[in-house]
Structure formats: C-alpha cells, structure tokens
Write a protein that binds this ligand. Sequence first.
Ligand code: C2E
Ligand code: CA
Ligand code: CA
Length: 309
Amino acid sequence: DLTAPELIEHADIAMYQAKGSRVGSYQVFDPAMKTAAADRIALRSDLDRAVELKEFTIAYQPIIELRSGRLTGAEALLRWKHPERGHVSPAEFIPIAEESGLIIELGSWVLRSACAQAAAWRKEFRRRVEVSVNVSSSQLRDAAGFVTAVRGALAESALPPDSLELELTESMIIHAGQDTLAALSGLRALGVRIALDDFGTGYSSLGYLSQLPVDCLKIDRSFVSGLERDAGSRGIAQAVLTMAQSLKMRTVGEGVETVEQQNFLRQAGCAEAQGFLYSKPVPAEDVSALLARGLALGSSGSRRQRNAG
Ligand code: C2E
Ligand code: CA
Ligand code: CA
C-alpha cells in the first residue's frame, strides 16, 4: 500500500535505471533499486566534499614496451578513499561525478597532477616518461574549456606536449561534434597524443577510424584475457593490430596478466602493454622506484639475458 508520493518516487527510480540501460528499455521498480538510488545520492554529496577534504589521490599503472620490457610511461587512475567506505571504485564514482558536473574540476585536477608528476619523473631520471590521462565525455562537451585545461596543465608543468596522452573511448570520438574533433586536432598539432581506450568494444569502421585524430589504440582487456582460451579474442586482437599497423597507430595491450598473453601480443606486433603482470596501479613513489632501478618488466622474449658479472 504505497502513498502517491512513494509511487512517484519508485517510478522515478525505475525510470532512472531504464535511462542508464539500452535506449527504449523499461525497468520495473524493485526495492533494491531504492537502496542503490539512496546510495548514489549519499555518494554524490560525499563526492562534493571529497575534493576539499583531499580524499582523492592518483595511482599510476606502468606501461611497458613489449620489445624491451622498458617502462615507457604510466596511466593515471583516480582513487577515492572514502572516510567510512574505504576505497570506492572509479567505475562507481566517475558516473556520479559526471552527473553532478564535478568531473570537470576533478578531470582538470588529474590532468594537472599527472603532467606535474610526469615532468618530475622526467627531471629526476633524465628520460622521457609519458603519462596517459583518462578523459570523460563530459569534459569534451565544452571543447574550448577542455583545451584550456590541457594547455594550462602543460604550461604549468612545462611537460613537453608529446609526453601527454589523452585516453578517450571509441564511442566518445564517434559521437564527437565538429568542435570537439577540431579541439582534439588542435591539441594534436601541439604534440599531445590521443589514444582510443577499451578498443574493440565499439563499432568504428576502418575507413572512419583513419579520418579521426587518433594516434594509439588500447586493446580492451576483454580480448587480452581471452587470448589463451578463445580463438575469437585472438582473431580480434590480431585484426586490431594489423589494422593499427596499416594506419600507423601505436598499440597498447590492456590488462595483461600472463606471460602467454604477453607473448601473443608481442608476436602479433603489439608495441606496448599494461597489466597486473607488470604492475598494478601504484602510488607515484613506486613508479619512481621502478624508474630508479631501470629494470625490464615482464618476461624476456626477443630480449636477451644480460651477462652476469
Ligand atoms: P580504464 O581506463 O580502462 O583503466 C584500466 C582499468 O583496468 C583500471 O581500473 C585498472 O586498475 C584495471 N587493470 C589494469 N590492469 C589490469 C589487469 O591486468 N587485470 C585486471 N583485472 N584489471 C586491470 P580502475 O582503476 O578501477 O579504473 C576503472 C575505470 O575508471 C577506468 O578504466 C576509467 O574508465 C575510469 N577512470 C579511472 N580514473 C579516471 C579518471 O581520472 N578520469 C576518468 N574520466 N575516468 C577514470
Ligand atoms: Ca584508460
Ligand atoms: Ca581501458
């Protein structure tokens, strides 16, 4: 026996769920939805405070060159330590930050911090260290504002623009308007590189891809994790790598966890890799320690064993 306001609330929650799924879909209200909705509302107000309370940090996940095992750079990944809940996954809080608009501020903060960090590594280890930063579709909506944020982060850190890579998903670039594509091309002209994240899960055609301002394809973890057991994944990975080569794009295999996956990617012509086999996302100091040791990560393939002594 629900009151009218309760009924409306439930309908509203179910509609919200439906909007989050396929276009034209519907959802029947379920009490669990109410808990989930209340959770989102609580998280949303906690997120707003989290910036001032400095609850965000950035973890860096090393990216290695498959040929040598050498670290080429790292991907910046946002971390939120909630005072009561502990670590909240970005998969959970980023959509909420996008909804509330907070992602603009948060995204700029990640850009500035990551550029400053890469510049610091560059200075300390006197070598090129690249940094990859994830970009949300909300940030791209204001193309001019986004360009200002990127230029600001580069100017402030004095990081050479070609050491910064921006990660966008396939669907973001396919749905991008002319102003966004022009903004991305402008950033590329400065030297900034554009990578397509989670590649292979969208629907880009080869012809269209070749016209886009893109430098690098990151092969989605779902294909990499299927490499050992599933011919379909091997086929897709191989097709993406062949395509990337003909388009002269760089490639990064994501979510590499085993030596077998690594070896497949290396043999298939993939240039770089990232995954738990090499390192989890770690605090910046841990990446500094890796850079200081200068060791190759992963297991040797074409790489020769160095002579002892
Ligand atoms: P993503 O950009 O695809 O990032 C890679 C995710 O895969 C990370 O999850 C990373 O921890 C995980 N990963 C890396 N290697 C392995 C592996 O070998 N095995 C497995 N099982 N997982 C691996 P994380 O950090 O939880 O981030 C999830 C997503 O949240 C990211 O996916 C990205 O879409 C988003 N995200 C994270 N930081 C930011 C940010 O600063 N801005 C925006 N807009 N999105 C972010
Ligand atoms: Ca990414
Ligand atoms: Ca990814």
